[in-house]
Design a protein around this ligand. Sequence first.
Ligand SMILES: *[C@@H]1O[C@H](CO)[C@@H](O)[C@H](O)[C@H]1NC(C)=O
Ligand SMILES: *[C@@H]1O[C@H](CO)[C@@H](O)[C@H](O)[C@H]1NC(C)=O
Ligand SMILES: *[C@@H]1O[C@H](CO)[C@@H](O)[C@H](O)[C@H]1NC(C)=O
Length: 297
Amino acid sequence: MRLLFIFLYLIKVISGTPTPIVLWHGMGDTCCLVISLGTFKVFLENVIPGVYVNSIRIGNSSIEDMENGYFMNANDQVQMVCKMLAEDPQLKGGFNAIGFSQGSQFLRAVVQRCGDRIPPVKNLISLGGQHQGVYGLPRCGVLLHPTCDYVRQLLNYAAYDHWVQYSLVQATYWHDPLDEETYQHKSIFLSDINNEVYINQTYIDNLNKLEHFVLVKFNNDTIVQPRETEWFGFYEPGQSKKLLTLQESRIYLEDRIGLKKLDKDGKLIFLSAEGDHLRFSDKWFIKNIITPYLNPV
Ligand SMILES: *[C@@H]1O[C@H](CO)[C@@H](O)[C@H](O)[C@H]1NC(C)=O
Ligand SMILES: *[C@@H]1O[C@H](CO)[C@@H](O)[C@H](O)[C@H]1NC(C)=O
Ligand SMILES: *[C@@H]1O[C@H](CO)[C@@H](O)[C@H](O)[C@H]1NC(C)=O
């Protein structure tokens, strides 16, 4: 009898319970843009039996959650999520985190700012995140209209307005390559987490505690502009046509947030998926994300 218990105990120790997963959805998610995270949570629970999934809701209802994705100050959202994650008893032993679209850069901010106050984040998966910001309107690409470029210049004019920064989430990761100076000093979120103006060593240290930072870029993304931002690429400063890769950019060359070490250690993973923004198949996700990072055997 005793042997049987020891045997069962050993099986439990060896197989273990799966690492919990935290999800942060993208802009307008509960509405109509992309896949529903509710469905995605069930999908994860089916593929990884016994996994605990915490899908972050900002606000007291789904409606509020969706509204806050547009209008709640990004820094306040990050702070709130830090607290939620620190207080969730089921995450105590550490967890993996998956960000969808803007949720990706928000989760990176959680890691950088609160990595030493929350349980360890093991793998951070960024699905179509805008790590160098955006310079374009959603679907500007598919409109194929000169007005679009005009409008984005207009939005750009107002994006760094104090009031706009504090009341429109997307303005906080608006990155104008024609005016890097203003972006660096007026962006209240992206410029800070990218250590544009000064180096916060805590951000570097915390980011380097990750086991892997996986960046997924959607090859045919028509929503994110430029789509290279999903791999930390962006327009070369001073113009809006020529693109630089991460390795050609200041953030890497000056190693402002510690990506160089992650990269050299093989912990920074670049994946690309065919298709439009967040349009991956279950099969692709199991093969490229779940098996290697979320539930390795
Ligand atoms: C949740 O509801 C409370 C009480 O109405 C409110 O004070 C709080 O701001 C709401 N939370 C969010 C994140 O909107
Ligand atoms: C660096 O970031 C940490 C974590 O967010 C913060 O507590 C600290 O005040 C920041 N340091 C500076 C100099 O801003
Ligand atoms: C998607 O993008 C890839 C790489 O840029 C390209 O080879 C492929 O033809 C595109 N597919 C579609 C359906 O547009």
